[in-house]
Design a protein around this ligand. Sequence first.
Ligand code: ZN
Length: 329
Amino acid sequence: MHSKSGIDRAFARVGNLLSLWAALLAAYSTNQLTLLQKRWADFGSRPWVAELSRSARRLMVAIGRLDLRELSRTAPMQVGVGAALGVLLLAAVWAGVANGSQPAASTPESAVALSSEMADGAASAPGAELPADAPKVGIQAGHWKTNEYPAELAKLRSSTGAAGSGWREVDVNLDIARRVVAILDKSGVRAELLPATVPVQYEADAFVSIHGDANGSTSVSGYKAARATSSRIPEKDDALVRTIESEYQAATGLKKHPGTITQNMTQYYAFNKKLDHAVGDQTPSVILELGFLTTKSDRDLLTQQPDKVAEGIAAGILDYLGESGAVAA
Ligand SMILES: [Zn+2]
């Protein structure tokens, strides 16, 4: 047996201290990493961050459609101003994030509002407490804010909708659309109230446009639901048509009005793939004519029992989301 020398013992002690220190360092880093990950996840799940990144993606899509080289030849001034605004916006967003200030709704919305096509969706985006993966549904109030149509929809500005016995279609559409949004919101769906101008390449788990009908005869009655003839996702669109028809009929007692589905429905401008302000081709979309404003019984139903009408539409959408797996049925 021989005992360790003093030098050996000193080495052993330093070695022990080093490994203790390394273990402490490892534990500390793991802890910090977990904290960091959690903070990052919290940050990402804030609704305004999600909304901001969604609008940024849409903006990128919109920018992707521009031929920047061509544009800078024909309109260099506008491109310059646009780029400067973009830099300012980025700086503002960065400053807000770096501040770590949990902003009130005003900061993200004013940032988002700069992208004009987002303004309405953002302003009406409810349910800040909904989880980030909640299904998203767009409810369009037909003819609402036709004065805001962009140039590509200018020829629609004169199409202000039907009327019957003093009731304007746009008012009925908006009232019902608001009620549908409120019901969906309560059901855990991120529902957005949309005006006649759809945000550029609007993407959602479902899109329903709400309209009212008119007819020369004051005895025709019924509703109609249709999807685009040019749909890239006809099965999904048809499923949405089917669930809305079935629930709408059950809630309102209205019958389907046969044979009057027009091109205004099957080639509805919001379904037009050549337009920027239209739904994306992967968004299941339906246009619904609630009933005839020119027929007393239909008009009375739509104006005196709007909750019943809205419940039918919302139930149809929820059925579809359940079937398609967007929400647990
Ligand atoms: Zn209409």
